[in-house]
Design a protein around this ligand. Structure first.
Ligand code: PRP
Ligand code: URA
Length: 208
């Protein structure tokens, strides 16, 4: 699949297997989700541009490299928030935007209910995070909102993607790279990813 990067690192896969296990309670789920998000940052940021920065070490002057652009991290509420601390551990200077999008349980259509983004988002690297890409409705709607706000350097990071979701997101936004830890088999009749990990928001917050 074009513009889809599956992070199949053995440590990521081990933690993902633990996360999928239905016996993982919300405390364990929360910890694992953040740990996986941290690990994924290395791959997601691999090709970001850097600029030279003169620095003085205790011994001599040299030219170091630093990220060229500021970073905006945008979790899709609710479940995306469960990845935010993990990403911020490695990118502590990132600003946080928030997008509230949920999918209607009957129609599976995305419903957007909240948006707060940094004003200079256009000049930043934007990382959109949500553990699940199922029908792709929420992800596509979120990317559309970010583009309207001016975002250009944009990537989508999830844990588990369905082939249907990848296709739907790329049908609308083919240039947006999708990073995931796994591409699962399919969606079931209720729009859940199978084998998947269930309802990410409910497992994360203990709401079911
Ligand atoms: C989940 C998930 C995604 C969306 C994926 O959120 O976190 O945002 O579903 O499904 P889709 O690709 O079919 O749109 P949910 O709608 O359950 O909202 P919540 O996180 O607020 O519970
Ligand atoms: N949202 C989830 O949280 N899980 C799925 O499997 C599909 C959508």
């Amino acid at each position: 699949m074009q513009n889809v990067i599956v992070i199949d690192h053995p440590v990521v896969q081990t933690k993902l297997a633990e996360l999928r296990d239905f016996t993982a309670d919300h405390r364990k789920f929360r910890a694992l989700l953040n740990e996986i998000a941290s690990l994924m940052v290395y791959e997601v940021t691999r090709d970001w541009p850097t600029t030279d920065k003169p620095i003085q070490t205790p011994l001599e002057r040299m030219v170091g490299k630093v990220l060229a652009r500021r970073v905006t991290l945008v979790p899709i509420l609710r479940a995306g928030l469960g990845m935010a601390d993990g990403v911020l551990r490695l990118l502590p200077d990132a600003r946080l935007g928030h997008l509230g999008v949920y999918r209607d349980e009957k129609t599976l259509e995305p419903v957007s209910y909240y948006q707060k983004l940094p004003p200079d988002i256009a000049q930043t690297e934007v990382v959109l995070i949500d553990p699940m890409l199922a029908t792709g409705g929420s992800g596509s709607a979120a990317v559309t909102l970010l583009k309207k706000a001016g975002a250009t350097n944009l990537r989508f990071v999830c844990l588990v993607a369905a082939p249907e979701g990848i296709q739907a997101l790329h049908a609308q936004h083919p240039e947006v790279p999708i990073y995931c830890a796994a591409i699962d088999r399919q969606l079931n009749e209720k729009g859940y990813i199978v084998p998947g990990l269930g309802d990410a928001g409910d497992r994360l917050y203990g709401t079911k």
